[in-house]
Design a protein around this ligand. Structure first.
Ligand SMILES: [Zn+2]
Length: 250
């Protein structure tokens, strides 16, 4: 799945991700929507009122990011939040939205997925914040997510569901799967007992891995801090700061 894929190839890929979304029970009935950027100004998006489990490439809607629709099918009523993602960051080329049960439960409870407990979640996903509630289909929705697009990979929509994006459709979809998986583990941990979060050194190691993956240089500004004299509160604040540094690099 890359920029040079033909329009028909992109349509088939969206149908495939729709099937996976439906098979995993991330959506019910006609819930959810998926889009992929085609060139700079056009997108292919799922139509309104169609189950994601049985879509045909011809049903998908082609439109530009100014809102002009080509063809007779109407786009998802949530397409405005997809367009907001594309407007906020030209590098992003795919957006997925669904109501995965556990992520949505966190969204309903207003609890962000922000515990540094899983290496993959820290390095590849980062914190998943909760955007404030917005009535579905209104202009409030794009406004509620815009502040998160450039510094996160996924966002919980309060009392609604989950939104992810990526440079490819596969990346946006994997971020959706990973968020739900991370949420499931966090839910189990809440039932079993308190989570043992990463300490600063462990997070530093994760940052190094992240740098190796990205091929970026290491910023050692947090590595010289002697934590032996810090209070638990200060260490906790430091871990939050380091976690944020990881996220800033994502
Ligand atoms: Zn929704």
């Amino acid at each position: 799945m890359n920029k040079v894929d033909s329009e028909y190839e992109i349509r088939k890929q969206i149908c495939e991700i729709g099937n996976r979304m439906y098979d995993k029970s991330f959506v019910a009935a006609n819930d959810g929507n998926i889009s992929v950027r085609l060139g700079d100004k056009m997108i292919i998006v799922t139509p309104t009122g169609v189950s994601k489990g049985n879509m045909k490439p011809e049903q998908l809607v082609k439109m530009d990011i100014d809102g002009k629709v080509y063809g007779k099918n109407l786009p998802s009523s949530e397409v405005k939040m997809h367009i907001e993602v594309y407007n906020q960051n030209p590098k992003l080329r795919a957006v997925c939205h669904a109501h995965p049960p556990i992520s949505t439960a966190f969204a309903v409870a207003g609890i962000a997925l922000d515990k540094p407990i899983l290496a993959e979640a820290v390095v590849l996903l980062g914190v998943v914040p909760v955007a404030k509630y917005a009535t579905p289909g209104t202009e409030e929705v794009p406004n509620s997510i815009k502040e998160y697009v450039n510094n996160h990979n996924a966002v919980l929509l309060a009392n609604h569901g989950l939104l992810t994006w990526g440079e490819t459709l596969e990346q946006a979809w994997f971020r959706m799967e990973s968020t739900e998986h991370y949420g499931k583990i966090l839910l189990y941990v809440k039932q079993i007992g308190p989570a043992r979060e990463f300490n600063r050194q462990q997070l530093d190691e994760l940052i190094k891995i992240k740098h190796r993956i990205d091929g970026t240089t290491e910023d050692s500004s947090t590595s010289d801090i002697d934590i032996s004299n810090l209070s638990d509160y200060q260490i906790e604040e430091l871990i939050k700061a380091v976690t944020q540094k990881v996220l800033d690099k994502l």
